[in-house]
Design a protein around this ligand. Structure first.
Ligand SMILES: OC[C@H]1O[C@H](O[C@H]2O[C@H](CO)[C@@H](O)[C@H](O)[C@H]2O)[C@H](O)[C@@H](O)[C@@H]1O
Ligand SMILES: [Ca+2]
Length: 787
């Protein structure tokens, strides 16, 4: 058997003195040393896994020479597939493929540079299926102290190697031992592990002395002098003092601490802050450390990418994944931060930046409180947590969603309709060029001059006022942007918002009845006109509100023929006709009757189901796309994690478990396939119609999460959550199939149940049976046979 020793090893061995050799053999690494894998968990979190400072000294000695990493050099050859270069040789008998727990000894810097040199053909610091490199490397084994080499092949393994080494480099490691099994890990396990051990941690922020610098940074601050700045609400003098002290103690940070005014925050005030954007203070708690009382910020999880602040509905979605991973205290802190925002800013904010002060996002607080409570009900403060958050949600319900300008008295339904003035400053400057340019030209002004004048109120343009009223509403809806909402959002009582409010009403009724003996006292900071006199709430009125809302939704939004809810235009007094995946929110909230749910499954679902799960809206509703009518990120062909999460929940709630499984499988398959083929990528949104590279989204704002060097470090908050939650609802057979990257088609073909008289019992047929039982016909007039 010929043993191939990488050329560098041979050279070094020849040069090394006998004394050095003796030292080396005396040391801990005899030629057939036992692997350390018996004691080291191949899948440990990176800080533990690479926490072996001693490797370098022990192995490299003073000359740092003995760790070998090299490509197997061969004569350049030319192949039609790869072009000219050094290509993988055939496997030799020395390859130790059978040893799943084999460990490799790797020089970090050198291997990264070799890998990028050879494998990263398009020079984007990622190794993906779009690179035409050899997808092969020979590395020294730990057991032979680098004397023997073993081969790694294939895009996934080679890319995982780059990722692991980049992580090790982040930790300052020069030489590492890596298990082969870590590079070859089942991708579902690998992504779950990275979310659990790394992504959540890297997305964690806190407005404490040590972290304010990180959380204060705003990639959306386009001003000439971006610097960390914090605004403190009037009612929080201790916090003001705290941050002033931080600013004094750490002048290099250039932290600018400012008060917010007492009383209501006006649109004019918010507009005027655009030249000095800043983060908004969040909740802090008092802790005793070394006998001294100190303030500690309640932490929060940010979405990722350029979204480096505490978001509204992202946080709810993230909490689903966090709870699944046992990070209960983080979810709890986020709910407490929401209560703080309601108390001090009057609403759950779009996010805690000054330019978001006027607007909110889709409300999920009662469901969040209940989910967290399930995890902490045995704790001494479990019930007081539920009480505190429910009171905050009640205040939010009355003063945000059931008050002017959001509440529409005619329909009795609510709208996204925030206050505000001027052009939203957080988007790229170019975002509104096509809208504003024609007005600027009319006045002979440049784009910038026009925006300055319009924002300052020296230029008046009612048409633009109307445009931005709707634009702000689009952003408050979280669905920014979409042709469903463009030019009309502020007038729409949307299915999404009213489903969520129905959920508030039913949740609040249930909470008051079940946990507070039908009498919930409202403390002063959360009192509103609606409950100030009584000072308490009871369940009956909430039940009644829910029934009323359902009746209104049925009347104004439900379309029996199409089997779907549609947004209601409160100005035109008519249903709209844009088909949106938000119709399934009514199922998530429990607002649909069993009959409506069956109709949605039978008629609506097929319109939204694509290769990668649910698409946001149908192609027909989006309409033609052109240069003057570009793609919008919340329209066809894009799919978003929250839409999937809510639809799965809704389907399960009404007993359509197989449907939920199928959709979850498709979404997770798409996410994991991109993760495997594209260097571990996890992004904000996906093109659910694109099988090869669904993470490539050509729409406004690009795609957060795709721009990284070597390894993604945080994924994207709600996609992380959707992955964790999706796995939690799938049966084990599906999880296994996902781990082997089995497309839905194949999985389905192999596992579909065969019954007598049926070629295949499809879920569609089950839905038809349900429909049959309730006397419902699909649009082709077809009735299913009775089982
Ligand atoms: O900066 C542009 C817009 O960015 C946010 O919207 C998008 O990201 C959010 C964070 O992940 C998410 O909540 C929202 O649904 C996305 O459309 C922001 O919320 C917008 O207000 C902002 O204009
Ligand atoms: Ca590349």
């Amino acid at each position: 058997m010929s043993v191939v020793v990488p050329s560098m090893v041979r050279t070094r061995r020849r040069k090394s003195s006998s004394a050095e050799r003796a030292d080396f053999q005396r040391a801990d690494f005899p030629r057939e040393r036992r692997s350390s894998s018996a004691t080291r968990d191949p899948f440990a979190p990176i800080d533990k896994y690479y926490d072996e400072e001693h490797i370098q000294e022990r192995l490299l000695g003073s000359k740092k020479q003995r760790v070998v990493t090299s490509y197997t050099r061969q004569a350049p050859v030319s192949t039609p597939d790869f072009g000219t270069g050094f290509y993988p040789r055939r496997r030799g008998s020395h390859d130790e493929y059978t040893q799943a727990d084999q460990e490799l000894l790797i020089n970090v810097e050198k291997t990264i540079s070799d890998l990028l040199d050879r494998e990263d053909n398009d020079r984007n610091h990622q190794i993906t299926i779009e690179d035409n490199g050899p997808k092969h490397i020979s590395l020294g084994t730990l057991a032979s102290a680098g004397y023997r080499s073993t081969d790694l092949r294939g895009n996934y393994v080679i890319s995982n190697l780059l990722q692991e080494l980049t992580l090790a480099k982040d930790l300052g490691k020069k030489v590492v031992k890596i298990h082969r099994s870590r590079l070859n890990e089942n991708p579902v396990d690998r992504l779950s592990r990275r979310i659990r051990d790394e992504f959540w941690k890297n997305l964690e922020r806190c407005l404490d002395a040590d972290l304010i610098e990180k959380a204060g940074r705003d990639p959306k601050d386009w001003t000439a002098d971006p610097r960390p700045r914090i605004y403190v609400p009037h009612g929080c003098p201790e916090q003001y003092e705290y941050y002033t002290q931080v600013a004094k103690e750490r002048p290099q940070m250039r932290l600018d601490v400012r008060w917010l005014p007492e009383g209501s925050i006006t649109p004019e005030f918010v507009r005027d802050l655009n030249d000095a954007p800043g983060i908004l203070a969040l909740a802090m708690r008092k802790e005793i450390v070394n006998g001294k009382e100190i303030l500690k910020g309640e932490p929060f999880t940010v979405p990722g990418g350029r979204f480096n602040e505490f978001y509204g509905w992202d946080s709810y979605m993230e909490s689903i994944g966090l709870l699944e991973h046992g990070r209960v205290s983080m979810a709890k802190s986020m709910a407490i931060n929401f209560a703080f925002c309601i108390q001090h800013y009057g609403k759950i904010l779009n996010a805690n930046r000054s330019y978001y002060l006027c607007r909110s996002q889709p409300p999920f607080l009662t469901d969040m409180a209940l989910k967290i409570y399930e995890h902490i009900k045995h704790e001494s403060d479990g019930l007081s947590f539920l009480k505190y958050i429910t009171q905050a949600a009640i205040k939010e319900y009355y003063s945000v969603w059931m008050a002017e300008p959001r509440f529409d008295t005619d329909s009795g339904l609510s709208r996204y309709r925030p206050d505000g003035l001027g052009v939203p400053p957080e988007t790229e400057a170019s975002h509104f060029v096509h809208v504003i340019e024609p007005y600027a030209q009319k006045l002979g002004k440049s784009f910038d001059e026009y925006v300055d004048g319009y924002n300052a109120g020296t230029i008046h343009e009612p048409e633009l006022d109307e445009y931005f009223l709707h634009d702000r509403a689009v952003r408050e809806s979280g669905h920014d942007t979409s042709y469903r909402l463009e030019g009309c959002a502020a007038n729409l009582a949307t299915v999404d918002l009213n489903s969520l409010l129905y959920k508030y009403e039913t949740d609040i009724a249930r909470i008051i009845r079940t946990y507070f003996r039908d009498h919930l006292k409202i403390t002063r900071e959360f009192q509103t006109e609606a409950n100030r006199i009584n000072g308490f709430e009871t369940s009956a009125v909430w039940d009644r509100r829910a029934r009323m809302r359902k009746a209104r939704m049925d009347k104004l939004m439900w379309n029996e023929k199409v089997g779907m809810y549609f947004d209601y235009d409160t100005v035109k007094k008519a249903k709209t006709n844009y088909e949106s995946a938000t119709t399934f929110w009514a199922m998530w909230a429990g607002a649909a009757s069993p009959r409506q749910a069956a109709a949605m499954v039978l008629k609506a679902l097929p319109k939204f189901e694509e290769f990668g799960g649910l698409v946001s809206g149908t192609e027909k509703s989006r309409g033609e796309i052109s240069i003057s009518r570009p793609n919008r990120q919340w329209d066809y062909p894009f799919g978003w994690a929250p839409q999937q999460i809510l639809a799965w929940g809704g389907l399960i709630r009404y007993g359509y478990t197989e449907e939920a499984h199928r959709l979850a499988y498709k979404w997770l398959y798409m996410v994991i396939k991109a993760f495997v083929d594209f260097n571990g990528v996890v992004v904000e949104k996906y093109n659910v119609t694109r099988e090869l590279d669904p993470h490539k989204v050509e729409a406004e704002y690009g795609n957060q999460g795709s721009d990284f060097k070597g390894v993604p470090r945080e994924g994207f908050g709600w996609v992380n959550a959707s992955f964790v939650y999706g796995l939690s609802i799938l049966p084990i057979s599906m999880k296994r199939a996902l781990g082997t990257i089995t497309p839905w088609r194949t999985f389905h073909e192999k596992t579909a149940v065969k019954l007598d008289n049926f070629d295949e019992l499809t879920i569609q047929e089950v839905a038809e049976d349900v429909a049959e039982e309730i006397g419902f016909q699909n649009e082709h007039g077809r009735r299913a046979s009775v089982l």
